[in-house]
Ligand binder design. Structure first.
Ligand SMILES: Cc1cc2nc3c(=O)[nH]c(=O)nc-3n(C[C@H](O)[C@H](O)[C@H](O)COP(=O)(O)OP(=O)(O)OC[C@H]3O[C@@H](n4cnc5c(N)ncnc54)[C@H](O)[C@@H]3O)c2cc1C
Length: 456
């Protein structure tokens, strides 16, 4: 590959988890390649530092399930090779609903796990069922696969007595859990450097096209001549694409989380990542509700809010923190290095999550002092599928639009991007995850019609 005029064979712009994984799989494929990983700041310091660190193989579309399953395979390989330095656990995701009509949910489950439904989808509809293995502190190696569906409040209460009343169905996704994403980035970065990969700290400000690309930086860093370039700039994906004269179909939406020390012991440590699927109105008292409704800027908080507010214990069996999140924001925005968070979010997410976990009410208007309110951008396409593959300029590639799934999809995304760059064997889903999918009118019609985009 090496052209002796170039300083590097491949420049990867962005050292978040996605750029790091791409650089890692490029070097893994061919350690002789000269790969330079470029970031304006420290590695893993922007969106990748905000991840909720959850992973799951539950997706509304089988292609994305297949892609994420492969990414989890690759994460498990790293866990195995490092004696689980990445702290992979697998207590699953629990999806809870009070609705009687669960047809949409069942259709999605069969689309994702229907290849072998007898094995992968286990329905427990007898309140005395003994066959269900509830979540504990499972090691990923020994945890079950597939999905358990618990029907009826009696059975749900038997296994999860702490959840609020009225639940009718609970879906337990088993190949799901938590991962230490900073450690995962670190493991890949260390290996990349051992293989001779280079890092450069500078902000890319211009690109000249000359037998490959000449990359120009802002801090007096020398120009870098590269044969190929990979855009892994996270929320700045389009800013970097513009330097190549291109526009990508992505937008940024700010999402927030809170974490706090669970001093009241409200959340059992063995509770899996738990998602309340149902939309609802937050239970403000009458006076609060009237005040909110009278204020045009805040009335939305008193109206129906979407489902998918989520809660999980953080720090394992001996930890004492909990994390809450709710990706209800849909307004695209310009990415900034220091996003502004909404001061109302902590109270909203706490009240929203208390519907499934009523013990959280202990914290209404008195969140512990030990707490953080954080977040970052979901950089996403309209259909919420990633973009991995060639851009419209020869030698330039993109790997991004990782929305709220970039940690769990990083390994498969990095590996796939490396295959595109090195002309390797591409998996069956490669085209659909690249910009080429926009030429596939049937696929795009299907994706544009989907109600559930797997957004959490
Ligand atoms: C609140 C929140 C919770 C999340 N929870 C989860 C979760 O539970 N599980 C999961 O799988 N995913 C989760 N995600 C998603 C995941 O964190 C992201 O998809 C992932 O971190 C994106 O990584 P990235 O490398 O694409 O972007 P980033 O981490 O933002 O990296 C991009 C890098 O590019 C650099 N850069 C940009 N422009 C330039 C330039 N011109 N020159 C040099 N450098 C440049 C930036 O400095 C940055 O470091 C969550 C995201 C958020 C915001």
């Amino acid at each position: 590959m090496t052209d002796h005029d170039t300083d590097t064979d491949i420049a990867v712009i962005g050292a978040g988890i996605i750029g790091i994984a791409t650089a890692y799989y490029l070097k893994k494929a061919d350690p002789r390649l000269k790969v330079t990983l470029i970031d304006q700041g420290q590695p893993m310091a922007f969106t990748s530092a905000q991840s909720g660190e959850n992973y799951r193989n539950w997706w509304p579309h089988p292609l994305i399930k297949h892609f994420t399953d492969h990414s989890i395979d690759l994460m498990e390989t790293i866990a195995r090779e490092t004696e689980n330095r990445i702290n992979m656990t697998r207590s699953g995701y629990v999806l809870a609903t009070r609705l009687l009509d669960v047809n949409d949910l069942a259709t999605a489950l069969f689309a994702g796990y229907g290849d072998d439904p007898d094995k992968d989808i286990r329905i427990h509809d007898d309140s005395t069922s003994q066959a269900y293995a509830p979540a504990g502190f499972e090691q990923w190696q020994v945890a079950p696969s597939g999905v358990d569906v618990l029907c009826g409040e009696t059975l749900i209460k038997k296994h999860y007595p702490w959840y609020g009343a009225g639940l009718r169905t609970l879906v337990h996704i088993r190949r799901a859990g938590m991962i230490d994403s900073q450690q995962m980035g670190q493991v890949m970065l260390e290996q990349f450097r051992q293989w001779g990969g280079k890092r450069l700290q500078a902000r890319l400000t211009a690109v000249e096209t000359k037998r490959g690309f000449v990359l120009v930086f802002d801090n007096g860093a020398e120009k870098l001549h590269t044969a190929m370039a990979v855009n892994a700039a996270g929320p700045f994906l389009n800013d970097v694409a513009h330097l190549f004269g291109l526009e990508l179909p992505v937008r940024n939406v700010l999402q927030q989380k809170i974490a706090f020390e669970d001093v009241a012991g409200a959340i059992p440590r063995q509770m899996p990542f738990s998602i309340d699927l149902d939309s609802h109105c937050i239970d403000w008292n009458e006076e609060e509700r009237e005040l909110l409704l009278a204020d045009p800027d805040h009335a939305w908080m008193a109206r129906e809010m979407p489902g998918a507010v989520h809660c999980r214990p953080d720090g394992g069996e001996k930890g004492s923190w909990v994390k809450l999140g709710w990706a209800y924001n849909e307004t695209p925005t310009q990415a900034r290095l220091e996003p502004q968070f909404d001061d109302h979010f902590p109270e909203l997410v706490l009240r929203g999550a208390a519907r499934l976990n009523p013990s959280l009410k202990a914290y209404f208007e008195r969140l512990p002092r030990n707490r953080t309110h954080y977040g970052g951008y979901y950089t996403m396409t309209r259909e919420n599928w990633p973009l991995i593959g060639p851009m419209a300029v020869e030698g330039a590639y993109v790997v991004g639009a990782m929305s709220g799934f970039g940690t769990m999809a990083a390994c498969a995304s990095g590996e796939l991007c490396a295959d595109w760059v090195l002309d390797g064997d591409l998996p069956a889903y490669a085209e659909q995850l690249s910009l080429q999918r926009y030429q596939n009118t049937n696929l795009m019609a299907e994706l544009n019609a989907q109600q559930d985009r797997g957004l959490l």
